[in-house]
Design a protein. Structure first.
Length: 255
C-alpha cells in the first residue's frame, strides 16, 4: 500500500533529509587516503547524534541478510556496488567510493547516496559517476504527477544504457516514509507509460546503480551484505529521496 504524505509530513521528511545530506557531506570531506571505512561510519554517526536522529540502517536485517547491518552507512569501494559494510579497509589513492546513508528524525526517514573518488581520479571513474548523477537527475525529472513509475525507470535506464553501463538486476529505488523501504518499488529500467501512476504526496527514493563493465550481474560477499560486480569492474551509486508535488519533484535530501 502506498501512503500519500501531507505537505506537513513532507516538510518533516525534509528535516530528516537535511540530516542525511549533512552526513554525506561530512563523510565525503573526511574521505582521504589512509582513512578507514569504520572512520567514515563514525563521522556519520556523529552527525546523526548531533541532530538527534537515529539510523534506519543500523541493525537492519531483511530476509536475505544473515546478520543485522552493523553500520549507519553503506560504504562500497571500487567493484562493490551497494551495501558495503564499513570495516577496517583504509582508502587508497584512486579508490571509487559510494556512501549510502539514512536518518530517522521525528518518525520520518530520509535516504540518499553519493559516489566520489579519493586522491587522483581515473577518467573512467569520473565518467561513471557523472553518468550515475545524470541518470538520477533524469529519473527525478520524470517524477511528476500523471507520469508513471515506468517513466522514471525508462529515464534512468536510457541514460545508463546509452553510456554503455550495466544496471544491477533486482535492485532499485523504493517508497520512503515512516520506514526506509515502502511501496512502490522504483526499477532502474523499464517501459514508459507503465506501472503505478504518480500522485502528489508520494515520496520515493530514486537510486541508479551503474556497473562500468556493462554487465548486469552481481555477487554477494561472505559478509552477506556487500554486493559486487561479477566482472570486477567498478560501480557507482547515486540517490535522493524526493517528494512528488503538484509543482514538480521536490528533493528532500539535498543540502
Amino acid at each position: 500500500m502506498v501512503e500519500l504524505k501531507t505537505e506537513q509530513s513532507i516538510n518533516e521528511m525534509r528535516a530528516a533529509g537535511r540530516v542525511v545530506a549533512r552526513a554525506l557531506a561530512a563523510v565525503r570531506q573526511a574521505a582521504r587516503v589512509g582513512v578507514s571505512l569504520e572512520d567514515l561510519d563514525g563521522v556519520a554517526r556523529e552527525v546523526l547524534a548531533e541532530a538527534g536522529a537515529s539510523s534506519p540502517f543500523l541493525g537492519y536485517r531483511p530476509h536475505f541478510a544473515p546478520v543485522p547491518f552493523p553500520g549507519v552507512v553503506c560504504a562500497s569501494v571500487n567493484d562493490a556496488i551497494v551495501h558495503g559494510v564499513p570495516d577496517g579497509y583504509r582508502l587508497r589513492d584512486g579508490d571509487l567510493v559510494s556512501i549510502d546513508c539514512g536518518a530517522k528524525l521525528g518518525g520520518w526517514v530520509g535516504d540518499a547516496a553519493v559516489s566520489f573518488t579519493v586522491g587522483r581520479p581515473r577518467p573512467a571513474d569520473v565518467r561513471l559517476i557523472e553518468t550515475a548523477e545524470a541518470a538520477l537527475a533524469a529519473g527525478i525529472a520524470a517524477a511528476r504527477p500523471g507520469n508513471r513509475i515506468g517513466d522514471i525507470a525508462h529515464a534512468i535506464g536510457t541514460v545508463c544504457r546509452s553510456a554503455g553501463y550495466g544496471i544491477m538486476e533486482d535492485f532499485g529505488g523504493h517508497g520512503v516514509g515512516r520506514t526506509m523501504h515502502e511501496d512502490p518499488g522504483v526499477p532502474n529500467e523499464g517501459r514508459p507509460g507503465r506501472g503505478m501512476q504518480l500522485r502528489p504526496g508520494m515520496v520515493l527514493a530514486i537510486e541508479p546503480m551503474l556497473i562500468a563493465g556493462g554487465t548486469d550481474d552481481y555477487r554477494c560477499d561472505g559478509d552477506g551484505w556487500t554486493l559486487r560486480t561479477v566482472d570486477g569492474s567498478r560501480a557507482a551509486h547515486a540517490e535522493h529521496t524526493i517528494a512528488i508535488t503538484a509543482a514538480g519533484p521536490r528533493i528532500l535530501t539535498a543540502l
